[in-house]
Design a protein around this ligand. Structure first.
Ligand code: HEM
Length: 234
């Protein structure tokens, strides 16, 4: 491989690798964020302490946020480049109009990707920027003698609204749809493609995606249907 890095990055393999590596980073974030969110089930102190630790990172948190944003931009940009290349390579007319054997998860990647993006925009406006309910910014509680943001109460109040919970659960299902195919194809792109192992990759992608869905969806479901956090409601 004698191509300079810039040229190699935009080669067929380079583009696919950028999509795969940025995909791995984003999946790692989704797994890490879920592990942090699961502290919700252990009461207010744990999730509030976790949020406090995150915010205490100060400038480093901004570096992480910007790196995450850059990863999302690269993932989308290079996905579009790969898609354009595939379109260009596709023969214009088929002798027989036989659709390529593919799954609904694969066919809807661009649509579910866009919906994931819209969900993240709403989610940031909701729980990070407090634009949807500005009163969320004023929720504070005592943690070991210190006044901290009451993330626990914010999540309980947010998910007590059936429309908000319904919207999250639907969006989380679409995130799982996207990851279901995405994780499976990561293995292929990373050069691990093999006809025998393909079903294993696909099954792994599906299991991981729907396990993530179950973990995330358990939060709104437990608030809305099982009265979790009832005590902190206004
Ligand atoms: C039930 C599901 C979810 C809950 C309860 C939840 C909870 C939260 C909370 C409480 C925050 C604000 C943290 C703070 O500033 O103190 C947050 C931030 C965030 N969430 Fe979620 N989240 C969920 C699902 C997701 C999913 C599926 C994604 C990505 C696909 C995601 C991506 C983010 C991002 C990017 C941030 C901003 C982090 C930052 O820079 O501060 N979340 N989430």
């Amino acid at each position: 491989m004698d191509l300079p890095l810039g040229k190699w990055l935009f080669s067929s393999l380079g583009k696919k690798l950028v999509v795969a590596i940025t995909g791995i980073i984003l999946v790692s974030f989704v797994v890490g964020h879920l592990l942090g969110n699961l502290t919700f089930f252990f009461g207010p102190d744990l999730i509030n302490a976790y949020a406090l630790k995150l915010h205490a990172l100060g400038p480093l948190l901004w570096v992480i946020r910007l790196a995450l944003l850059a990863t999302v931009v690269l993932h989308i940009g290079f996905t579009m480049l790969v898609w354009k290349e595939n379109q260009a390579a596709r023969p214009q007319k088929y002798a027989v109009n036989a659709p390529i054997q593919t799954t609904i998860f694969a066919r809807t990647m661009r649509l579910t990707g866009l919906i994931v993006l819209a969900f993240i925009a709403f989610h940031l406006a909701h729980f990070t920027l407090h634009l949807i309910n500005p009163s969320y910014a004023t929720l504070h509680t005592d943690l070991d003698g210190q006044q901290v943001h009451d993330v626990y109460r914010m999540v309980v109040l947010g998910f007590s609204n059936p429309f908000v919970s319904g919207f999250y659960i639907l969006s989380l299902a679409l995130v799982a749809f996207h990851l279901s195919h995405g994780i499976g194809s990561l293995f292929q792109t990373l050069g691990l493609s093999s006809q025998t192992l393909r079903p294993v990759y696909e099954a792994t992608g599906r299991i991981v995606a729907w396990a993530l869905f179950a973990g995330y969806a358990a939060i709104p479901v437990s608030v809305l249907f099982f009265g979790l956090g009832k005590g902190v409601r206004p």
